[in-house]
Ligand binder design. Sequence first.
Ligand code: CAA
Length: 260
Amino acid sequence: MEFANVLLDKVDNVAILTINRPKALNALNRDTLLDIKAAVEVFRDDPDTAVMIIKGAGDKSFVAGADITYMLNINAMQAREFGLLGQSVFSLIETIEKPVIAAINGFALGGGCELAMACDFRICSDKSKFGQPEVGLGVTPGFGGTQRLPRLVGTGMAKQLLYSADIIEADEALRIGLVNAVVDADTLMDYVMKLAKRIASKGQVSVRLCKVAVNEGMQADINRAMTIEADVFGLCFATTDQKEGMSAFVEKRKALFTGK
Ligand code: CAA
């Protein structure tokens, strides 16, 4: 399937979504958000792909934010609708029951940092830069930044970044827990692809149920969250992957999972 503003590729059972507006440092306008939504739905519904990697085209930027030239002249209701669109697309990424990894190769600013935060986790190159520069434009973040950033890095650090619009380097993003690893720019995709393939080689029902349990459990009190875990743990025992995984261990062989 072809999209005007994104590329959707497949390497074995790993999907790669590339935000493809390098001349605008992959900034997100309405059409790009709609293309991301459509591509994520293709991935979600494709039984042959297990993990998605999201990256930016070119070697300079992941995504440099929502498109400022688009936002310049829109009115309050249009801005509200734009915010709701971005929020819904990023929530789709967060809630589809397959893992999504952000591979960040440069600027992840504003809506770009918000897109990365909607992914399950983030790996970045040593050339990456992060920030929520919105207050420097006279606005707040609008695609989930005021909510996901404090949940990831804590309220104090989130408020510092939100209020100051400071841009931080990759090593600082690692220190505050915004990314899981910083790797050399030349090896970023190789590193993330190997990680995606390791995930894709495991029992996919259980990987997906881990995502459900973490996402839903983090929104619940601890007692309810433990019940959610018990439920998904129990559900695994209705799968052939559980029989295969445990049999393979006992028989001292490699498990051959079917995702069923
Ligand atoms: N929107 C639209 N166009 C953008 C853009 C954005 N967010 N970021 C970069 N571009 C465009 C530039 O206008 C420029 O286009 P032209 O060549 O046509 O002039 C092109 O990309 C290259 O950018 P620069 O020349 O500025 O490149 P640089 O290396 O000098 O600077 C940068 C890079 C520091 C990332 C700088 O481009 C920048 O500050 N961009 C804006 C970052 C930002 O403020 N993002 C937040 C947007 S608001 C938001 O995201 C709200 C929300 O939560 C919904």
